[in-house]
Ligand binder design. Structure first.
Ligand SMILES: Nc1ncnc2c1ncn2[C@@H]1O[C@H](COP(=O)(O)OP(=O)(O)OP(=O)(O)O)[C@@H](O)[C@H]1O
Ligand SMILES: [Mg+2]
Length: 276
């Protein structure tokens, strides 16, 4: 497997008045053209890991380590190189689509502008590509949705429009941060199967961030389990039943089992030494 992305000893620190918050504390992994899941509880550093790769860490934070993407050392690359990569070769679906779509610009125009920022193509061709992309994310009436504003579409359509915007320039790496957590289960599966197809068709690398272990294990090839800013376990999705770390075992144990009468419900155990 040729690595698309290599992350080595990534650390993200936020200086605050009351001390330094270490959001990511020495994360290392490599990613090929595969689907890699990152799971972990709220605050474990999943989003900050994704944001560091995308180059969206808040400016007051300190990022150290090595991020190597297609031979480019991201952390020492000039801002222009990083800007050009962002959206073109690396794309990220943010946790909350409401903050990613511009409320005063129609959906179609947002997709067209993303495309024209990265490729020298004419308006008509960009419009065609945007419409094709809206169709690819299973929006039934692309020509109508093209002219709608974000507040005029449903949550699921907004999410799909954002996925279309992120994929229109044909990125090699897609970071999807809880791309479906705001959707109901049926739309969730639909959006996931769209992502799955696009990843397979285009040979992209995917980092899929979620706190839902079941979803991640059914959707990804490999899973990283994060706890308190570190990777505590790396495991093939098919091998999850053999997880060694007690935190992963705890997460697995807490998954509901259809038909099983579980009383009392299991509670996730956390040991201070896991966060050392
Ligand atoms: N702008 C910020 N300033 C200070 N601390 C921050 C900031 N952003 C995130 N953090 C801290 O970094 C840690 C990791 O946050 P992160 O957003 O990566 O968590 P997460 O695993 O994505 O959680 P969730 O599942 O809730 O999305 C948290 O402790 C959080 O409080
Ligand atoms: Mg997050």
């Amino acid at each position: 497997m040729t690595a698309l992305l290599t992350v080595d000893d990534l650390r993200v620190r936020f200086p605050t008045r009351t001390g330094v918050i270490e959001a990511v504390r020495g994360v290392s992994f490599t990613l090929g053209r595969e689907r890699l899941g990152i799971v972990g509880e709220s605050g474990s550093g999943k989003s900050q890991t994704g944001r560091a790769i995308m180059g969206l860490t808040p400016s007051h934070a300190e990022v150290t380590g090595t991020l190597s993407f297609g031979g480019i050392d991201l952390l020492s690359a000039p801002p222009k190189i990083r800007r050009d990569l962002r959206g073109k070769r690396i794309a990220m679906i943010l946790q909350d689509p409401k903050y990613s779509l511009n409320p005063v610009m129609s959906i179609g125009r947002q997709i067209v502008e993303t495309l024209r920022r990265h490729e020298k193509i004419g308006r008509a061709e960009a419009r065609e590509r945007a419409l094709d992309m809206l169709a690819a994310v299973q929006i039934r009436d692309p020509a109508r949705v093209f002219d709608l504003y974000p507040h005029e579409v449903s949550g699921g359509m907004g999410q799909r429009a954002m996925i279309a915007m992120m994929l229109v320039a044909g990125p090699e790496l897609l970071i999807a941060d809880e791309p479906t957590s705001a959707l109901d289960v049926t739309v969730q599966l639909e959006v996931l199967s769209i992502l799955d197809k696009l990843v397979a068709d285009r040979g992209m690398g995917l980092i899929f961030v979620s706190h839902d272990l079941r979803l991640v294990s059914s959707f990804c090839d490999r899973v990283l389990v994060m706890y308190a800013g570190r990777i505590v376990e790396e495991i093939a999705a098919s091998d999850l039943g053999n997880a060694k770390h007690p935190y992963t075992q705890g997460l697995l144990n807490c998954m509901p089992v259809i038909g099983a009468d579980r009383h009392p419900l299991p509670v996730l155990d956390r040991k201070p030494e896991w966060a050392l």
